[in-house]
Design a protein around this ligand. Structure first.
Ligand code: ATP
Length: 358
């Protein structure tokens, strides 16, 4: 039986009423490799999660399905949480990006991307510990593009008071819950006076009316990029509209070791999809080179989310066990190539599993 065949059989026999069901989307490119590694670690950590597997992206198309199948959407609506590997979307063939489509269909309006230094990954700064909160549903991702006349095209940036207020409240609530002290809102309101001006004003209103206890500062996006690379340790929570959040996420990933070590969550009012910041990295797919850590850290975020939203301490305990184990593995020098090591995807997962019980 193939590795994947074995996995599916294992998944379907671990069902019990005592576990949380989460949707697993392996994805494309390096997705299946890193997802397999993460499933193995969660199983070894006895995380109380059972997986229901669904497809999206190129692998769904290959099955003759839509790029974002209804069955995948329905499964997430039913189970409320998903762990998603990176999904590819064929470029220039009229397909909407799976990632954008999923966030819009499920109204996963807030992306949360924690960026912190990890033991064993030397970088220029030692105390980076910031969180990017990205608005996920509008801005230049609204998909409103027009060809005015051949050779002249437009892309419309959309900002609504409702969505700007919603993400500002989300960021302040997050900061408050996590004991974070300052939000920096990134904007270009000096040029985009209406759209970014609205984004900035909504953040200021939520700060003044609801969370005066948390500091708020604003920075123009270009100046912010310069300051972040000069000294990321002065930042706490970065509140960004959609495109700035996308770009700043990769920029900040570069400060702590790259895309292989930055996790993420896309959160709505009653659903959440956890995924790494990185894409499907087709250049290294199938070579056992990919770092599974970003998706593993996303799975830890999922466990913490289950602990918080369902009051299940076992999920929080499993999250701590896994985090302690991967921190220890890194400190012991167990690393994949992207962060200066030599281990393959599966060997890194094995190193984490070895350290699960102290
Ligand atoms: P997308 O457009 O889908 O967001 P991207 O253009 O940002 O994707 P990625 O697929 O994220 O690109 O990868 C960029 C490069 O970073 C890859 O070519 C790969 O070398 C490296 N990379 C990304 N993720 C990982 C990972 N998990 N492990 C190792 N290297 C990675």
């Amino acid at each position: 039986m193939s590795r994947r065949g074995t996995r599916v059989a294992t998944l379907s026999t671990t069902m019990s009423s005592n576990t949380h069901t989460a949707v697993l989307i392996r994805g494309d490119g390096i997705g299946p490799e890193v997802a397999d590694a993460v499933v193995d670690v969660l199983k070894a950590a006895e995380a109380p999660v059972e997986w229901v597997e669904r497809k999206a992206g190129v692998s769904a198309l290959a099955d003759g399905d839509a790029v974002l199948p209804e069955s995948t959407i329905e499964a997430i609506q039913e189970h409320h949480v998903a762990l998603k590997g990176p999904c590819g979307t064929p470029v220039g063939k009229g397909f909407t990006s799976v990632n954008v489509g999923l966030r819009k269909r499920l109204n996963l309006y807030g992306a949360v991307r924690p960026v912190r230094n990890l033991a064993g990954i030397p970088t220029r700064f030692d105390d980076v510990d910031l969180v990017i909160v990205r608005e996920n549903t509008e801005g230049l991702y609204s998909g409103v593009e027009n060809e005015v006349t051949p050779g002249v095209v437009t892309s419309t940036k959309v900002a609504t008071e409702a969505a700007c207020t919603r993400i500002a409240r989300f960021a302040f609530r997050y900061a408050n819950r996590k004991g974070r002290e300052k939000i920096t809102v990134l904007h270009k309101a000096n040029i985009m006076k209406l759209t970014d001006g609205l984004f900035l004003r909504c953040a200021e209103a939520i700060h003044k009316d609801e969370y005066p206890n948390i500091a708020l500062e604003s920075l123009i996006i270009d100046a912010a990029c310069m300051r972040i690379v000069q000294d990321p340790t002065r930042f706490d929570v970065l509140l960004c509209e959609n495109l700035y959040g996308d770009i700043v996420s990769d920029l900040c990933a570069g400060l702590v070791g790259g895309l292989g070590v930055v996790p993420g969550a896309n959160i709505g009012d009653d659903m959440a999809v956890f995924e790494a910041v990185h894409g499907s990295a087709p250049d290294i797919a199938g070579k056992n080179f990919a770092n599974p850590l970003a998706l593993l850290m996303s799975a830890v975020m999922m466990l913490n989310h289950l602990a918080e939203t369902r009051g299940d301490k076992r999920c929080g305990d499993a999250a701590v066990r896994i985090k302690t184990a991967y921190d220890q593995a890194l400190a012991d020098g167990c690393k994949t190539r992207d962060i200066g090591g030599e281990l393959g995807t599966d060997a890194f997962a094995a190193a984490v599993i070895e350290r699960l019980n102290g």
